[in-house]
Design a protein around this ligand. Structure first.
Ligand code: SAH
Ligand code: SF4
Ligand code: F3S
Length: 454
């Protein structure tokens, strides 16, 4: 390889927001003449885009960062950058200053558009540079992006979160809600669709409050724009864009779901029959302590309406066990809700206390062994139901967007159904990036197996 060309490597932790931000960071690096490193250890710029959602995310980052110390010390010309949600917390930045002073640049989530300038400043001085903004400014448009896939794309529609669920760090690391203007979103989607993107996933911590930020907030507000679309309206507009075959979104907060969004499942041709609707707990007492602002009755009625509008809809969720004050009875309510809804799949988390959030200092912390015991019992029920629902696919033919070769088997490919089930199937390399019919021959708990229908 030409040694004159500078290379980069980005390590991304956390959610789709971070994955999307990493695409922006990569785009800015490529604009500055860098190319992706084939061998990460020889990269000229290494970026760690961090997540702080649970304690194990913090620990994983520090573990990985520690492994780079030797490389950095043997190659002082390498630039090490850390950014993302962890950096929006003063105690983390302090720890980097103290224990990882060989890091060259620290930036936060609100100033990633300043990355090119900060990088070149950091490279032209000795000692490290740190710039963190406490608050987000206005939404910055037209940043470059180097997208991971040509055929499916993440598109931010809003940033930040105003919900302050009492366990969650995100409102502190991502700031207040700001929605992008519909015209900017539609322009971006038209462009990527013209370049071959078939699937778009709209991103926001709470997409249902798109355009609903409080008065005076930065960003697009439906109240200020007569006739401007809310979230369901935006989906209806995207549904008309030529080339867009699948629309997905993440994440949807139950308290803000609208009847119009529920109707959109029946009416929009390209809205995938899947909703990720985090419930967190099945106990009303715990939901109140979490500040979720809905109860189990409301949640169950939303699921019923969704299934009425779209009978085949797959419903997936997030659940936390061991939230402070959760009793065995509360936990039984969660098990009962899981049996009632019958989720297609669920992410389950052990409650992890986050410094700076209200639940962190609660005196009612649940002992670790109790948390683990409940966690095990919960995933047993979730996996049983997931397996039962998965087996309904046996013998059916599904439409799969093929994403690439299977990791385990040459001649096999992996992709997702409209309902977001993972399918591993036999095919030929030309399927990649296309939506193809696949007959399901075997249905396991976590994935489906099938063969391409010619
Ligand atoms: N904005 C999304 C969630 C983003 S975080 C929403 O509200 O739906 C993804 C998931 O991580 C949450 O749904 C929650 O289940 C889990 N989570 C967040 N903070 C947590 C914590 N402190 N401990 C354990 N799980 C947590
Ligand atoms: Fe966190 Fe709640 Fe906001 Fe989701 S809605 S990001 S769980 S505070
Ligand atoms: Fe993690 Fe930040 Fe996402 S804390 S889950 S990367 S918004």
């Amino acid at each position: 390889m030409n040694k004159q060309v500078k290379t980069y490597h980005i390590v991304t932790f956390g959610c789709q927001m971070n994955e999307r931000d990493s695409e922006t960071l990569a785009g800015m690096l490529e604009d500055a003449g860098y190319i992706g490193a084939e061998d990460k250890t020889s990269a000229d710029v290494v970026v760690f885009n961090t997540c702080s959602i649970r304690d194990n995310a913090d620990k994983r980052f520090f573990g990985v960062l520690g492994q780079w110390k030797k490389r950095k010390l043997s190659r002082p010309d390498m630039t090490v950058v850390v950014c993302g949600c962890m950096m929006q917390q003063a105690h983390i930045v302090d720890a980097i200053h103290r224990k990882y002073s060989w890091v060259d640049l620290i930036l936060g989530t609100h100033n990633i558009h300043r990355f090119p300038e900060l990088l070149s400043d950091a490279q032209s001085r000795s000692g490290h540079l740190s710039e963190i903004w406490d608050d987000a400014g206005a939404v910055v448009e037209e940043l470059p992006a180097c997208r991971k896939y040509p055929f499916k794309a993440y598109v931010n529609i809003m940033y930040g979160c105003n919900n302050f669920c009492t366990y969650c760090i995100v409102p502190y690391t991502r700031g207040r809600e700001r929605s992008r203007r519909p015209e900017d979103i539609l322009l971006e989607i038209r462009e990527i669709a013209a370049q071959g993107a078939k699937e778009v996933t709209l991103l926001g911590q709470n997409v249902n409050s798109y355009g609903k930020s409080p008065q005076g907030s930065e960003g697009y507000r439906t109240d200020d724009v007569p006739g401007g679309p809310d979230f369901a309206g935006l989906i209806r507009m995207i549904d008309e864009i030529p080339g867009v075959e699948r629309i997905r979104f993440m994440t949807s907060h139950p308290k803000d779901i609208s009847d119009d969004l529920i109707r959109a499942y029946a009416e929009c041709k390209h809205l995938c029959p899947h909703i990720h609707l985090p419930v967190q707990s099945g106990s009303d007492a715990v939901l109140t302590k979490m500040n979720r602002k809905y109860d189990r009755t409301r949640y169950l009625s939303i699921v019923a309406s969704l299934r009425e509008s779209c009978p085949d809809i797959a419903v997936t969720t997030d659940l936390i066990v061991g939230f402070p004050g959760e009793s065995e009875e509360d936990f039984q309510d969660t098990l009962d809700l899981v049996e009632t809804v019958r989720f297609d799949s669920a992410f389950t988390f052990l409650y992890s206390p986050r410094k700076g959030t209200p639940a962190y200092s609660s005196a009612e912390q649940v002992p670790n062994d109790v948390k683990h015991d409940r966690f095990d019992r919960l995933i047993e029920v979730i996996h049983r139901i997931q397996g039962e629902k998965s087996r309904l696919y046996q013998g059916t033919t599904v439409q799969v967007l093929a994403e690439g070769p299977s990791r385990t088997d040459a001649g096999r490919f992996t992709g997702r159904t409209e309902s977001s089930k993972v399918v591993d199937f036999s095919g030929t390399p030309d399927v990649v990036g296309r939506i193809v019919p696949v007959r399901i021959t075997d249905a396991g708990t976590f994935s489906l197996t099938g063969e391409l229908v010619r």
